[in-house]
Design a binder for this molecule. Structure first.
Ligand code: F6P
Length: 343
């Protein structure tokens, strides 16, 4: 019986457990496959740290956030113990015929490199940021948008009561998908995304217009947004394990600037990890389950080097290289449409 290992890597994301469950159920009932889980992302693969994954182990997990396997930003090539030769030995010793990597851009890049180095790898794309080019949507995004929209709705009531400008910072390193969706959904008066720098003057004009109608203006800002005079996205937290600046804090930078220019009392809230945690929406559970089932079919066909993707309403297979290094930005016409309603 063919036996496969599943790992979840990178930032956690609502819907990961639905993928694990979908894979195990489809694999065991339709294809007669067996599964184990690698603990904590690529670390589990490099050190052969596994746990059994049978039908019982995945019972009822789709409704839970996080990942039952644990995750990390451990790179399979970055440690002396890593690398393809070591991993081949681990897989041989544990009698594992192939690996499913569930993760974002960094995870898929590592999976592709391992695949090119002769390891049988397949992938499932994941990120709350929804910024992977290969797929129309990633699971986790819908949950993050719901949470951000709820937070915005709550900020609007307190902002209206105090006639304050409320700035809400959401995640979105390279792309402003969460911000634009939650901004449109909550009727934010300004939404700022990495793809479209806006001047402080313009932002303050919109804020003032909204305030003049007697509203507490709401400014939604993605963490990767930059003012025209900024070289890079705001970061004061050092680097992460992939040597990327840890973002967060642009809302706190903007709030005093807006207050100073407009004279309107302004408060900032950073939503942070709340938008990655908790119960996944039904959409994310369904997409995760479908991705999981589809990746089990990919294994059954021995279609290595492929990942699953949502194209329209269909689940398709695409090579890793379609996802790696290609950021899916918010289209400018989408932004322009939202921008027409700012102020
Ligand atoms: O999953 C992507 C993301 O949500 C980014 O928007 C954010 O910059 C990053 O994760 C932060 O996560 P961590 O602190 O776990 O690296």
């Amino acid at each position: 019986m063919a036996r496969y290992g599943i790992l979840t890597s990178g930032g956690d994301c609502p819907g990961l457990n639905a993928v694990i469950r979908g894979t195990v159920l489809q694999g065991t009932t339709v294809h007669g496959q067996e599964f184990v889980g690698f603990r904590d992302g690529y670390r589990g693969l490099v050190y052969g740290d596994i746990r059994p994954l049978n039908r019982l182990a995945v019972r009822g997990i789709s409704r839970n956030g996080g990942t039952i396997l644990g995750t990390s930003r451990f790179g399979p090539y970055s440690e002396p113990d890593g690398g393809p030769e070591n991993i081949k030995k681990v897989l041989e010793r544990l009698e594992i015929d192939g690996v499913i990597a569930i993760g974002g851009d960094g995870t898929m890049a590592a999976a592709n490199r391992l695949y090119e180095d002769g390891i049988p790898m397949v992938g499932v794309p994941k990120t709350i940021d929804n910024d992977l080019e290969a797929t129309d949507f990633t699971f986790g995004f819908s949950t993050a948008v719901e949470i951000a929209t709820d937070a915005a709705d709550r900020l609007r009531t307190t902002g209206d009561s105090h006639q304050r400008c409320m700035v809400l910072e959401v995640m979105g390193r390279h792309a402003g998908w969460i911000a634009i969706y939650a901004g449109v959904a909550s009727g934010a008066h300004v939404t700022l995304i990495p793809e479209a720098p806006e001047t402080l003057d313009q932002i303050c004009r919109w804020v003032t217009e909204a305030a003049e109608r007697g509203r507490g203006p709401l400014v939604m800002v993605a963490e990767g947004f930059t003012l025209p005079e900024m070289d890079d996205a705001y970061s004061d937290k050092g680097l992460d394990e992939f040597d990327r600046p840890r973002l967060g804090g642009i809302g706190e930078i903007l709030a005093p600037l807006i207050q100073e220019r407009t004279g309107i009392q302004t408060r900032a809230t950073t939503l942070g990890y709340i938008q990655r945690g908790g119960v996944p929406t039904a959409f994310d559970r369904v997409l995760g389950t479908r991705f999981g089932q589809a990746i089990s079919d990919v294994l059954a066909d021995g279609d290595w080097g492929q990942m699953v993707a949502l194209r329209g309403t269909q689940i398709e297979r695409v090579p890793f290289t379609d996802a790696v290094g290609h950021t899916k930005s918010v289209p400018l016409d989408f932004y322009r449409g939202a921008r027409a309603l700012f102020g």
